[in-house]
Design a protein around this ligand. Structure first.
Ligand SMILES: [Fe+2]
Length: 383
């Protein structure tokens, strides 16, 4: 029997090459009159940002650009941005960028209306429905944050990444245009692409998953695994970019309706302590966590392997080959090992402690303890 579940998708998705053109139209539908575009310093200076500004101005909508969001968005980034939004009486937010500006904007949407410190909203269900309306425009194929209900923010005092989870922070509208990813550099394409693959695999195999999340997760694996190498090597290949963007979107739908699991628990711990790029952390850890989880997820890992193109009917052989292929893919697209993050084995106990406390720890298909995480960090370190 299938367990009962709810499936809610509060975000209107507008997908396609060149679809960014509808930005003004969609903002008007949200009744936007005074917009804040939330982004980072690099994107704010691009031609894409100019184009965005033009599309908003064309509709006679007032807007300001806020470019103060850092990677692994910090609590103070969110609080300063929300303060600015209140000062300027902003009525609508546009998140423009990768996962960092989008996650930050979701938290700003809460704080601008409900006030307080961002950490006080940690966990599920701490948010009232009254949030600023948000429109998301992803510029990487990886995060899925444009359609998810979570925002991951770094508590800089405790050096801990925490998650705010509520359908109230989901974007009202997501404009997903693969053309916006054409200029993403190879290493970022690689790291964000493996982040998306991790979302797909963890969403498909999470203990709390359901058939819709499984279906989109498995389809996402196929899109991503078959196109990531081409998207990294030949970034101007729009077809590969298109399929990566769709893979990332489907993976986002999968894990937001299921959960992520131990790869993200460990990656978020690494991100908190070393401010390390999220996708890179996932890429390093994914094969080790899969090897550990294999006894509890063999059939699903076999299906993942087949979705990646492995022709093997025996489940246990297919699952092992699939993990090996993921390892190869990471190497082929130039993602470095854990030592590139200047990780110290002295921190493994602390990192394991943080991983086990992560809200997604219970979602891993095979239960894992603090000692289990120490073992996995050691395995990843030894390579
Ligand atoms: Fe992720």
């Amino acid at each position: 029997m299938i367990n009962s579940f709810d499936f809610l998708l509060p975000t209107k998705i507008r997908y396609g090459t060149g679809i960014i053109q509808v930005l003004g139209e969609e903002l008007k539908l949200l009744n936007a009159k005074n917009v804040m575009v939330i982004t980072d310093k690099v994107l704010a200076k691009t031609e894409m940002a100019e184009r965005l500004a033009g599309l908003i101005q064309k509709e006679g909508i007032r807007f300001i650009m806020y470019d103060g969001i850092e990677a692994n968005p910090k609590d103070y980034n969110v609080e300063a941005c929300a303060e600015k939004a209140r000062e300027e009486s902003i009525d609508t937010l546009v998140a423009f960028g990768g996962g960092s500006p989008i996650d930050a904007a979701k938290a700003v949407a809460v704080l601008a209306r409900q006030g307080g410190k961002v950490r006080s909203y940690q966990g599920k269900g701490k948010i009232k429905d009254d949030c600023l309306p948000l429109l998301t425009i992803p510029t990487t194929a990886g995060t899925g944050s444009e359609v998810t209900f979570s925002s991951v923010i770094t508590d800089t005092e405790e050096r801990f990444k925490f998650t705010i989870k509520s359908t109230a922070i989901a974007a009202k509208t997501a404009i997903i245009d693969p053309e916006l990813t054409l200029t993403v550099p190879p290493l970022i394409t690689a790291a964000t692409g493996i982040d998306a693959l991790t979302h797909a695999i963890e969403g498909y195999t999470a203990n709390c998953t359901e058939p819709i999340a499984e279906a989109v997760g498995l389809y996402a694996v196929e899109y991503i695994a078959k196109n990531i190498v081409e998207a990294v090597r030949n970034g101007s290949n729009l077809e590969a970019r298109d399929k990566m963007m769709m893979g990332s979107l489907l993976a986002g739908l999968s894990f937001s309706h299921a959960d992520v699991a131990s790869v993200h628990c460990m990656a978020e711990a690494l991100g908190s302590i070393y401010d390390a790029p999220h996708g890179m952390c996932n890429a390093i850890l994914l094969p080790y966590v899969m090897e550990y989880s294999l006894p509890a997820a063999e059939h699903k890992y076999a299906r993942i392997a087949r979705a990646m193109g492995i022709d093997e009917t025996n489940d246990s052989k297919a699952a092992v080959k699939g993990i090996e292929l993921i390892r190869q893919l990471s190497q082929e697209i130039g993602l470095p090992g854990i030592k590139s993050l200047n990780v110290s084995p002295d921190d493994f106990e602390l990192l394991a402690e943080m991983s086990v406390k992560n809200g997604s720890n219970d979602s891993n298909p095979r239960a894992i303890t603090r000692d289990g995480y120490v073992m996995l960090f050691n395995q990843a370190y030894q390579g």
